[in-house]
Unconditional design. Structure first.
Length: 250
């Protein structure tokens, strides 16, 4: 089993061609011909993820966020790229293609929030997000508490307390899509990285807007991706890494 076999599977399932033009996805570090000794699945290729790979004898990391995004100006011994190459660890990154593909990041978020009747919607810039429904209507306060519990963080939100049932979701940074979401007749929108002025716009529109954390809205896909890889390659050990350095004060 080689890195190329894993890449081919991921490409067939989550089509790297779906990535947005600015993105950097696919096989980013290492050799496609290397025999795979284990896989670490993570949101970010951090020092901690590399350590997990080294300690478990895994030589492939599959990350959501690209390990190389901006042009590299150097690769020194302090850099993650240097450590990856030094330890002969390959990296495949699936970013905006995984956001948009069936069974990807947005679908994993819908499942985490127990939404039903899921629909795909494309915004004015070509990005695909999801619409779904709650089983039972919840007030804004109740829904915010529900999201907090499901994603294990304290969310920020605006919105009144009338019953809410129809929900739009966009994992990661989806504040720029508020105008498109508002035209869809939804009651609430769950995303992350919301700017102050976007919260104010949502308030004026009468829309419940919940900032549920960039990491938290995307992390559910790690388990789904690891499960898909383990099912396809049962002979390879697949390890989930859910590390984030971000903490919340209590």
């Amino acid at each position: 089993m080689t890195v190329n076999d894993i890449y081919t599977f991921l490409n067939d399932k989550y089509d790297f061609a779906l990535a947005l033009p600015y993105d950097n996805v696919g096989h980013l570090v290492g050799s496609l011909s290397s025999a795979v000794t284990g896989i670490v699945v993570c949101l970010d290729c951090t020092e901690e993820a590399v350590t997990v790979a080294v300690e478990n004898g895994a030589n492939l990391i599959v990350s959501h966020h690209p390990v190389i995004f901006d042009p590299l100006k150097s690769v020194t011994e302090e850099s993650i790229i240097y450590r990856l190459i030094r330890n002969d660890i390959s990296v495949i990154s699936a970013h905006t293609n995984l956001d948009q593909a069936n069974g990807g990041v947005n679908d994993a978020l819908c499942l985490a929030l127990e939404l039903t009747n899921i629909e795909k919607v494309t915004d004015s810039e070509g990005f695909v997000f999801r619409l779904g429904e709650l089983d039972e209507p919840l007030s804004a306060d109740e829904f915010a508490s529900f999201v907090s519990k499901k994603l294990n963080l304290r969310v920020k939100y605006v919105g009144n307390n009338s019953a809410k049932k129809r929900v739009a979701v966009c994992s990661g940074s989806g504040g720029s899509m508020l105008a498109d979401v508002a035209t869809l007749g939804v009651d609430a929108y769950v995303t992350a990285d919301i700017k102050h002025n976007v919260f104010l716009s949502a308030h004026e529109l009468g829309l419940v807007l919940i900032d549920a954390g960039h990491f938290e809205t995307e992390d559910p896909v790690v388990a789904h991706l690891a499960k898909a890889l383990q099912k396809e390659f049962p002979q390879i050990k697949v390890i989930e890494n859910h590390f984030t350095p971000i903490k919340y004060a209590k």
